[in-house]
Design a protein around this ligand. Structure first.
Ligand code: NAD
Length: 292
């Protein structure tokens, strides 16, 4: 049984907004923080829309939806700092930024608060090393997109992570309706070490003219029983996120060519085609979004 009643989620983008909604739906009070008011407004709109859809589909009552929404506070700095038993960082995937946020977390939250990161690929050890005595409270809590739907939390422990931190993180994940599976801290952990090279290879197949994206995705869906093809999944994850994770594998695992991001992937990122979040990545979603 989790005793967690209050958490803070730092970053209100794709992942942070999903984590805060999932926690609120599990009865936990959430402070949703972001430096951008626009992102907070977008997260609030997403929360309202998703809860409204759940009511329409009779997955919850209007009272339950109202209660879940009422559990989320939105702030550009902090709220519920002293009450938060967990602070889950889900800000932009950048090591220097995350270390800066973690040093603020150590100052802001109580000395029993678990300091978790939703990073896809940055070293938990390196983040823990940057926070001195608080290192035993640092852990990776890697949710998957879309958070309210995906069952897994890949829980990443580093050598400094205490058993108590691990136990409490596994328990909170379960209380949020997820299945936590623990792994050790290595570049890409398990999920992205296996997934990202496959996505990258799909970009190579497209770049080499083996097939167009629809055919690559169709073959992988029907032939490998994937729920969606690797290029469609890349759009959902964000092409910039995919490129950055490949760079972490490239820099961390020491094979000069094996993990180099495909030039086609880099080209689309540089053109601002980041996937669903910009309306255009491998596929173009702009027309569908305009008529939705
Ligand atoms: P995103 O770009 O959608 O959102 C990042 C948010 O962080 C933005 O709203 C930004 O304003 C905010 N931010 C930046 N600096 C901040 C600060 N100092 N304080 C508070 N907020 C700040 O990114 P995302 O896709 O939600 O990814 C967030 C994290 O989750 C990354 O570490 C990423 O690797 C990881 N992740 C992403 C996915 C995915 O599928 N997108 C899956 C698993 C994990």
């Amino acid at each position: 049984m989790s005793d967690v009643t209050h958490i803070t989620v730092i970053g209100a983008g794709t992942m942070g907004s999903g984590i805060s909604l999932t926690a609120a739906m599990a009865g936990i009070k959430v402070c949703q923080v972001d430096v951008s008011q626009e992102q907070l407004d977008r997260a609030a709109a997403y929360h309202q829309k998703t809860l409204g859809r759940n009511v329409a589909k009779e997955r919850m009552t209007q009272d339950e939806a109202d209660a879940a929404l009422g559990r989320i506070g939105y702030a550009t700095e902090t709220c519920m700092a002293s009450e938060s038993q967990f602070a889950i960082e889900a800000a932009t995937e950048n090591e220097d930024l995350k270390k800066k946020i973690f040093s603020q977390m150590v100052q802001t939250y109580s000395d029993t608060c678990i300091l978790a990161t939703n990073t896809s690929s940055i070293s938990i050890t390196s983040i823990a090393d940057s926070v001195g005595d608080a290192a035993d409270r640092v852990i990776g809590m890697h949710f998957f997109n879309p958070v309210p739907v995906m069952k897994l939390v890949e829980v990443i422990k580093c050598p400094a992570t205490s058993q108590d931190t691990l136990d409490r993180t596994m328990t909170l994940s379960e209380a949020m309706g997820k299945t936590p599976i623990a792994a050790n801290d290595h570049p890409g952990f398990v999920s992205n070490r296996v997934l990202m090279p496959m996505i990258n290879e799909a970009f190579h197949a497209w770049n080499d003219g083996v097939a167009e994206p629809e055919a690559i995705d169709g073959i992988m869906k029907l032939g490998c029983a994937f729920p969606m093809g690797p290029l469609r999944l890349a759009d959902l994850i964000g092409l910039d996120v995919c490129r950055d994770i490949m760079l972490v594998l490239h820099n961390g695992l020491g094979h000069p060519d094996k993990y180099q991001p495909c030039e086609k992937l880099v080209e689309l990122v540089e053109a601002g085609r980041l996937g669903n979040k910009t309306g255009w990545g491998v596929y173009d979603y702009r027309e569908a979004a305009a008529t939705a």
